[in-house]
Design a protein around this ligand. Structure first.
Ligand code: NDP
Ligand code: 3PG
Length: 496
């Protein structure tokens, strides 16, 4: 059970502690932040509201700890990460319980998130050992005007202190996807978990604590992003920010100093369906892509662009599958569960009302109870409707009927987002041309968008992000190249 057994150290009364200097601490602020259970809409947990002074201290210890961590052998760093992964998986049940209560993630998906996170940590440890163990050796005479008098040795060095800010929808997985690459590369890490999801994240951090990482190397400061966010992201002690979330990331990019940024932001992933597509496959992927975790995934299918000639058949097939989705509590492992907050539910409702006023066809009756919104397919959506462009982050999916491939590509590219997209057709040559024309970081052919497998590169164009994630790219992003040049008094040619 959450906060008990090995996790009892992280709880003080009914308030979870924050983690600094290898210890679980109470904030001197005396203030707490309430975490509202999206299902009951009542306070489920409380966390510390950390102060700026506490953030300063965490940054100082992170800086000190990083210096010795960078001197820790790579195999030893990997060994500790493997240990943390095993502990995390061993304690999947209480962590999943927190995910169910804090973010209303369906019970089975919550377990999957924790197991996937353990796998991600282990994979990162192995990948790090491989790619960080290699450097480059360059010689000078390949560049015009040079003799072979210079030998350049390059290696990857850590950046220093990494600030990780994950979003509510994967508070464990999108935290470890930042923590593991940071640590294997020799950095220290400060985590600011999302408020909804903070307690799941604190449990996950405790698994790193139990694995025996050095004091100060990992810290976790809690508090509302709107209150301590700016102080953290503009802190002079931070050498890199890895952020996943919404438009907040755009604001952070403008405020952050001259440091590397990894930003994974929103998406309006389009699903383009051609006449020759396997419509059963499309319908199954629209359900999985559009409605899993009630549409609260950046990679969710957020608009279907279907050729008019097959639209009626596809809509009927999707409607039939929507009718089978179970709606209710995450504890019961329902497909559709309450969205994360009342404000999110209100926002989704605003998009639905706008579509209603402008004449969209409702394939189901719109139904809401508190934060729970029943799955809704909106047909005949037109570009003047907000739902055509904005991401609901909820179980509402618009269908736009198109008369040409160009029309579909045009709609996809007119979006300010460019995360992922997908195209369904049996003609692979057409699929490649469409994929090339779509201005998105990834295009899936004949499957719904998805981030995983977690070693695949994951990136957004335009307002969807900066840089690329995925295990290998994240490790590389959290390092810099250091060169050492050996200058010879006379040219030296091997075997010369
Ligand atoms: N591309 C991707 O991989 C993903 C994109 N998203 C996008 O994120 C949106 C919703 O997710 P949500 O978690 O609410 O996103 P937010 O951008 O609101 O929050 C993301 C994280 O940023 C923190 N934060 C808030 N304000 C600040 C600030 N001023 N400075 C620093 N950190 C801050 C939040 O903390 P706190 O919770 O305390 O406010 C949270 O940890 C979706 O609309 C979607 O577009 C979401 C998931 C994945
Ligand atoms: O943050 C998100 O929503 C994700 O990165 C999506 O991950 P998924 O495709 O594995 O759900």
């Amino acid at each position: 059970m959450a906060g008990t057994g090995v996790f009892s150290d992280i709880l003080d009364g009914d308030v979870y502690k924050y983690y600094a200097d290898g210890e679980w601490k109470k904030s001197s602020s005396g203030k707490t932040v309430a975490i509202i259970n999206p299902t009951t809409r009542k306070t489920q947990y409380k966390v510390q509201a950390c102060t700026q002074e506490e953030v300063n201290k965490v940054m100082e210890s992170a800086k000190t700890a990083q210096k010795s961590w960078a001197k820790t052998p790579l195999w030893k760093r990997a060994e500790l990460l493997h240990k943390a992964a095993a502990i995390l998986k061993e304690h999947k049940a209480p962590i999943a319980e927190c995910l169910v209560k804090e973010i209303a993630k369906p019970a089975k998906d919550a377990i999957t998130e924790v197991v996937r996170s353990g796998d991600l940590i282990s994979y990162t440890a192995e990948e790090g050992v491989r790619i960080l163990g290699e450097g480059k050796f360059l010689v000078s005479d390949s560049f015009p005007g040079n003799q072979r008098t210079k030998y350049c040795l390059t290696s990857k060095i850590p950046l220093g202190v990494i600030l990780a800010i994950p979003p509510f929808n994967y508070p464990v997985n999108l935290a470890v996807s930042k923590i593991a690459p940071a640590l294997i590369a020799g950095n220290s890490l400060v985590l600011k978990p999302p408020t909804q999801g903070a307690v799941s994240a604190l449990h996950m951090v405790h698994c790193f604590h139990l694995a025996g990482f050095p004091k100060g190397l990992i810290s976790c400061v809690t508090g509302k992003g709107s209150e301590i966010g700016d102080f953290l992201t503009m802190h002079p002690g931070v050498n890199c920010i890895s952020f996943t979330g919404g438009d907040t990331g755009i604001a952070i990019s403008k405020k952050a100093g001259m440091i590397p940024l990894q930003m994974e932001l929103g998406g309006k992933d389009a699903c383009i369906v051609l006449e020759d597509a396997d419509l059963d496959l499309v319908a199954a992927n629209i359900i999985k892509g559009g409605f899993s975790y009630s549409g609260q995934r950046c990679t969710a299918v957020k608009v279907v662009l279907v050729m008019e000639s097959v639209a009626d058949v596809l809509v009927e097939k999707v409607k039939a599958k929507v009718a089978k989705l179970t709606v209710g509590a995450p504890e019961d492992d329902c497909d559709i569960t309450p969205v994360v907050s009342e404000s999110s539910a209100n926002f989704i409702e605003g998009l639905v009302k706008d579509a209603k006023e402008k004449g969209a066809t409702f394939c189901q009756e719109y139904k809401r109870d508190g934060n729970l919104i029943w799955p809704l397919l909106l047909d005949n959506v037109r570009p003047d409707m907000r739902i055509a462009w904005e991401e609901p982050f909820g179980p509402v999916l618009p269908v736009i009927r198109i008369n040409s491939i160009e029309e579909g590509i045009h709609h996809c590219n007119a979006s300010n987002f460019g995360l992922q997209g997908c195209v369904f057709t049996k003609d692979v040559n057409k699929a490649i041309l469409i994929s090339d024309a779509m201005e998105t970081g990834t295009v899936q052919i004949n499957s719904a968008p998805a981030r995983g497998p977690d070693h695949f590169p994951f990136q957004g164009l335009k307002d969807s992000g900066i840089g690329s994630q995925g295990v290998t790219n994240s490790i590389n992003m959290m390092t810099k190249i250091k060169s050492t040049v050996i200058n010879l008094p006379t040219p030296s040619y091997t075997m010369g």
